[in-house]
Ligand binder design. Structure first.
Ligand SMILES: [Zn+2]
Length: 601
């Protein structure tokens, strides 16, 4: 680290080159591509009313035209949105993005009929067509587009549902957002946003944390009955929708959205619930590290880190390349391209979008990564994570535009995998016990937030949806009881839940806007860890199958993709593998805490 320069710490010269997306023609290239997409869309539009009569080769050629539209629009839109992400304060970039979005909408509207007519093709005919090899490049896409068919109502009924949703579900959901976004928390003699107050919970000062938590509880009190009413209304609305659409239970429609089988979701939830001892052991250790007998709810986010080493960009690059290389030379080779060919934009700049992401762009091009590199250990793991997304996209490019991306539930397969390998390397390279504790604490708390907390929230949703259907409206107190019970299941007696905490369900937007969604975070994360566990168990044999899984992109359902690496997502034993990895990290943390003298031996 002695050779680390300032430029290396800030990664100031690591910028992406977006020109290949528009053949080096800058903004002019955007409209050229959209003009071409417009022409192809006009030709597809001539097929209106004939989709049901297409044979396999006719359907294949129509799908190739649609693919070329999606490629052209995708390239133009990627260029505009990535340029905008690099400087969101530049009005010209904003205007270009708006221009592309408007033209893209107009183009997509011209070909919208195609999806509708395809969805209306009778089942036997669709099955017969999809068996044809000419449709391999879009088979899963076309099949998945029809998955809601058994739950569709008649056309006039669908029309009424759609129109009335604007003043029904959507309006209630917007009211909830408006109510929660104006919640103001009285702190330090002034008023701060809910988010600002919640961020104080990571303070190292217990009094500050408790004060912030009490202020949040006070701020949640006004309007609580109104928010409970909105929640009740939306619970009832979903019950009606599910009954009319013949979904067997409250979660089935979300599973269908995610292409996740009901069995795999049940297996996930059962496996995580059976390991609630993991968060409990962590919070018991954390209490010791913080010098407390027992944590209270407001202590859970408290930082235990007291050390932060700096990383140079080059050092991070070598570490991450080495981590991917330890797994597969093919992945390492592909990873090199991201660094060598300007596919990454790393430094923090004024106006740049915060956070980090990987943009798949389109299969004929290549992915891009946006980072905000600040030279911290966390940034090394973020680099490894986003690079994993990039490698997944890169390897799946031969699937073409319709099947390159995975469903949400498999989207983290490569990113969490790469992050886990890199984490292992970082841990090996960190000998100081306090630094090891800080490193592993951050990882465990991330796993608890993603895997355990989201599962406990899924259990809360399960209870409230079921009770609304079987008993009727829930009172504010009843919501609080169910929240308290489902949190206590996860935390045991290792965390004291204050009375005030009983109302903290009442600001969480997912329960209102996307019922059932929260488990997807746990699913994606734990699936990736469990696949990693399979690698640990099987070693080199596993590598070719794993690369095959990545190359398959979204060309199959998650259950089928799992079978490529020989795992059964419907088996709770599979999910136990990922939980074992979290348990290993916990053991490292326990040992490091003793070694660092932070807890008694
Ligand atoms: Zn990710």
């Amino acid at each position: 680290m002695a050779t680390t320069t300032d430029t290396d710490l800030t990664a100031a010269d690591v910028a992406w080159d977006l020109e290949p997306l528009v053949d080096g023609k800058s903004e002019a290239g955007v409209d050229e591509m959209l003009d071409e997409a417009d022409r192809v869309a006009a030709s597809v539009a001539e097929r209106r009313g004939t989709v049901a009569e297409l044979d396999a080769s006719g359907l294949a050629s129509a799908m190739r035209e649609l693919a070329s539209i999606a490629e052209l629009v995708g390239r133009a839109a990627s260029y505009a949105s990535l340029r905008f992400a690099a400087d969101t304060t530049d009005p010209e970039r904003g205007a270009l993005l708006q221009h592309v979005e408007e033209r893209a909408t107009a183009i997509n509207t011209m070909v919208l009929f195609f999806d509708l007519e395809w969805a209306a093709v009778p089942d036997d005919r669709a099955t017969e067509l999809l068996a044809d090899d000419q449709l391999t490049f879009c088979r899963h896409y076309l099949a998945a587009a029809r998955r809601y068919r058994p739950h569709l109502l008649t056309e006039p009924e669908e029309l009424v549902m759609t129109e009335k949703a604007v003043t029904g579900r959507s309006a209630w959901s917007r009211l909830f957002s408006e109510l929660t976004s104006t919640i103001a928390v009285d702190l330090d003699g002034g008023s701060v946003s809910l988010e600002g107050a919640l961020s104080r919970l990571s303070s190292p000062d217990r009094t500050e944390r408790r004060t912030a938590a009490e202020a949040v509880t006070d701020a949640l009190e006004p309007g609580l009955r109104t928010r409970a009413f909105v929640f009740n209304t939306l619970l009832a609305d979903k019950a009606v929708d599910d009954r009319l659409r013949k979904y067997p239970d409250w979660l089935a429609s979300m599973n269908l959205d995610n292409e996740a089988s009901d069995e795999s979701v049940r297996a996930l939830v059962a496996a995580v619930q059976a390991r609630y001892d993991i968060p409990q052991r962590w919070y018991a250790l954390k209490a010791g590290v913080l010098g407390l007998d027992r944590l209270a709810d407001y202590d859970r986010m408290a930082s235990v880190a007291d050390e932060e080493s700096e990383f140079g960009w080059r050092e991070a690059r070598e570490l991450v390349l080495d981590a991917y290389g330890s797994f597969s030379s093919e992945l390492e080779g592909a990873a090199h391209r991201f660094f060598d060919e300007a596919w990454i934009d790393a430094p923090v700049r004024p106006g740049k979008r915060p956070g980090a992401f990987c943009a798949y762009t389109v299969p004929s091009q290549h992915p891009y990564l946006l980072l905000n590199w600040t030279g911290r250990r966390r940034d090394v793991l973020t680099l490894a994570h986003e690079l994993g997304h990039g490698l997944h996209a890169y390897l799946a490019r031969d699937q073409g535009i319709f099947q390159q991306s995975t469903p949400l539930t498999l989207a983290e397969t490569a990113s969490v995998f790469g992050e886990t390998v890199t984490f292992g390397r970082l841990l090996e390279a960190t000998s100081d016990p306090s630094a090891r504790l800080a490193l592993v604490a951050e990882s465990i708390e991330g796993q608890i937030a993603t895997v355990f907390r989201q599962t406990a929230m899924n259990r809360f949703e399960d209870r409230v949806h079921t009770e609304r259907r079987e008993v009727g409206e829930l009172s504010v107190d009843r919501f609080g009881e169910l929240w308290h019970e489902t949190q206590t299941e996860m935390l045991g007696d290792t965390v004291e839940l204050t009375d005030g905490y009983r109302t903290w369900w009442s600001y969480i937007p997912h329960f209102i806007g996307t019922p059932g969604y929260v488990y997807a975070y746990a699913y994606g994360q734990l699936l990736a860890l469990s696949v990693y566990r399979t690698y640990e168990e099987r070693g080199a044999d596993f590598v070719p199958q794993y690369l095959e899984l990545l190359r398959s992109g979204g060309s199959r359902t998650p259950d089928e993709l799992g079978r490529i690496v020989g795992v059964d997502l419907g088996d709770p034993g599979f999910w136990d593998g990922g939980l074992a990895i979290v348990e290993q990290q916990l053991e490292v943390a326990e040992a490091a805490a003793v070694e660092a003298g932070r807890v008694p031996n």
